[in-house]
Design a protein around this ligand. Structure first.
Ligand code: URA
Length: 305
């Protein structure tokens, strides 16, 4: 064994550790201070479990003057390149307004997908491989909203195709629900956060108008929020998923109000990725999904009566 060999072994072990911890992509030379972005603490009323609450407002936006967009490297001049300048942002209000304008003008899913693809207000677009829009039946009775694409989804451009998607599909199938027939699936974010890190409040706020429009266009009978990020964002609540899950809420949004839509019953449940890590929690998720199936049966029975 040489010292060089030992050093390489150490480096390889350090790299493996990073990959296992989720840092599987090198994105920028300098780190981004995500704590500099304002967390989602909207001033709007949270959704409560009682019906007919006020519409949900988006999370707070990033402070003006910050940017999600990496500055392009300086042109080569013979001197070593300076470290990248700190990212500069369009003011968050402007980003949100652009998103609202773009999303609000979309009359169908194809138009919304195209509008999202042209939207430059979320820096995740520049590190993602694909836009991950949605999958399933456009006439679905049930719309599920996860958090953000992972590595498999980013490669494929389809939500929930990896291990957690397989678990989700299996659970849905058992309840006679599926993407081919009565389920539609999307995420809070349409682009993968590098290394599967937690989305920032600014990223969520920038993309939220598209999601609100997405929900209004599908107009499902029931909504299911998968995991804490989805539940907290769409219910505008701060509690964790273990407190939020297993109850019915009324979801509404500015996009639905504009379209004259009534609130949609929504259930929050545990994220399938969490269930893969904590199989003992599957029982709770089953109870939630069974409640969703029963509610759908009730609604269908009333409709057919
Ligand atoms: N986790 C999510 O929240 N969404 C996906 O699409 C995949 C994994």
């Amino acid at each position: 064994m040489t010292a060089t060999h030992d050093a390489r072994q150490e480096l390889a072990a350090a790299l493996r550790w990073q990959v296992e911890a989720g840092a599987d992509e090198a994105i920028l030379e300098a780190p981004i201070d995500h704590f500099a972005a304002t967390p989602p603490t909207p001033g709007a009323k949270p959704v409560t479990e009682t019906a007919n609450e006020a519409p949900i407002a988006p999370p707070a936006e990033a402070a003006p003057g910050q940017s999600d967009t990496p500055t392009p490297p300086a042109a080569s001049s013979g001197t070593p390149p300076a470290s990248p300048a700190p990212p500069r942002l369009e003011p968050a209000d402007a980003v949100n307004e652009t998103a609202r304008d773009l999303a609000g003008g979309c009359e169908d899913l194809a138009a919304l997908k195209t509008a999202l693809a042209t939207f430059d207000g979320c820096a995740l677009k520049s590190t993602a491989t694909n836009l991950v829009f949605g999958t399933g039946a456009a006439t679905a009775d049930i719309m599920l909203v996860g958090e953000a694409p992972g590595r498999d989804e980013d490669r494929d451009g389809t939500p929930f195709v990896g291990a957690s998607g397989q678990l989700l599909d299996g659970m849905l199938e058992f309840l006679d629900l599926g993407r081919e027939t009565n389920v539609y699936i999307t995420n809070i974010l349409p682009w993968r956060p590098p290394g599967n890190r937690q989305p920032t409040g600014a990223e969520i706020a920038a993309c939220l108008p598209f999601l609100e429009r997405h929900i209004a266009l599908i107009a499902p009978r029931l909504l299911v929020f998968l995991g804490g990020t989805s539940a907290k964002t769409l219910l505008n609540r701060t509690e964790g998923i273990t407190r939020l899950r297993g109850r019915w809420y009324d979801y509404a949004s500015p996009a639905m109000e504009t379209a004259g839509m009534a609130p949609i019953p929504a259930m929050a449940t545990l994220h399938p990725a969490y269930l893969l890590r904590q199989p003992a929690q599957k029982r709770a998720a089953w109870l939630d999904l069974i409640a969703v199936r029963e509610k759908l049966d009730e609604i269908t029975a009333v409709r057919e009566h």
